[in-house]
Ligand binder design. Structure first.
Ligand code: PXG
Length: 294
């Protein structure tokens, strides 16, 4: 496995950055989780736009243009001869003296890892996930906006620890006011009266790329879909629920807090969306290009 760091490739054991990098010292940086399917990178431009927005929000100057960033991602896949991959693109504030002032770091550091990710076992896609609502609230947007895909994931990790303790694969996180926000690494949708409903980002959710793809597919299938605030009550009484994320894709949720959702099995709208999503990932995307011989 060859890892990209600031324009050069390193073997995994040599891929290291400074202990003075503010990404490590303060969680100061941004990232994207991107997928490649069948020789193409899915929604690459959207991921790079969101990376740029996250960087802007924390006044981090990306050291590469969007075009250069795109080429770096594609090159990393070519160098590793990977057609299907999970790509972790990280931009840290870079190396600087101790002290949290970002002005101490003259240059951001870009890291690209092309690996594999399997979040949930395959049977979860046919049986559905069993989730728990956790006590850890999603960060309030006024403090650290969850729309920023930053290197500060402790809020999500605290929720994940609660899910682990409840023996469930994911956690539903609420806003401080008790509205459903999202999961630790996925957005959530419910189906109510044949309509898809997902929390707006201002409640405390990431503007998910997969979430946007689900809106597109729903539009094509003539299934109504909208943003709306809701509480756990609405999940308990919904006919279907599912999560979306780059790693998870589209995955049914069939139980929450030990209660079945709908009839306790993945619903027809969810199944249709999963199938359409899979087709789209194989059809669309930025071509990685030919691998070099040798
Ligand atoms: N909410 C949060 C908090 C996330 O971190 C999503 C929603 C879904 O967004 P996308 O754009 O992926 O549809 C995410 C995505 C990882 C990993 O390395 C994390 C994500 C995606 C892929 C891998 O754990 N988070």
């Amino acid at each position: 496995m060859k890892i990209y760091i600031d324009g050069k490739f390193y073997e995994k054991e040599n891929a290291k950055i400074s202990v003075f990098d503010h990404g490590l010292l303060y969680g100061d940086g941004v990232f994207e989780g991107i997928r490649a399917y069948n020789g193409r990178v899915f929604r690459l431009d959207e991921h790079l736009r969101r990376l740029q927005a996250s960087a802007r929000a924390i006044t981090l100057t990306l050291p590469l243009s969007q075009e250069e960033m795109k080429e770096a991602v594609l090159k990393t896949l070519r160098v590793n001869k990977m057609k299907d991959a999970y790509i972790r693109l990280v931009v840290t504030r870079g190396e600087g003296d101790l002290g949290l002032d970002p002005r101490k770091c003259p240059k951001a550091c870009v890291i690209i890892i092309a690996g594999k990710i399997a979040l949930y076992p395959e049977e979860s896609y046919t049986k559905g996930l069993d989730l728990v609502t956790v006590a850890t609230k999603r960060n309030i947007p006024e403090a650290l906006n969850p729309a920023i895909k930053s290197l500060n994931y402790l809020n999500n990790i605290m929720a994940k620890i609660e899910a682990n303790r409840a023996n469930t694969p994911e956690a539903i996180m609420l806003s401080k006011d008790g509205y459903v926000a999202e999961c630790t690494g996925d957005n959530i949708f419910i189906v109510k009266n044949q309509t898809l409903l997902t929390p707006p980002c201002w409640v405390g959710a990431l503007d998910g790329i997969t979430r946007a793809v689900v809106f597109e597919i729903a539009h094509k299938l003539k299934v109504s879909a909208r943003e709306g605030i809701f509480t756990p009550y609405d999940i308990y009484t919904s006919s279907e629920a599912f999560l979306t994320g780059t790693a998870a894709e589209v995955i049914p949720v069939t139980r929450l807090d030990n209660r079945p959702i709908g009839d306790g099995r993945p619903g027809p709208i969810t199944k249709r969306l999963i199938s359409e999503f899979r087709k789209l990932t194989l059809r669309e995307g930025t071509p990685i290009g030919a691998f070099r011989k040798g």
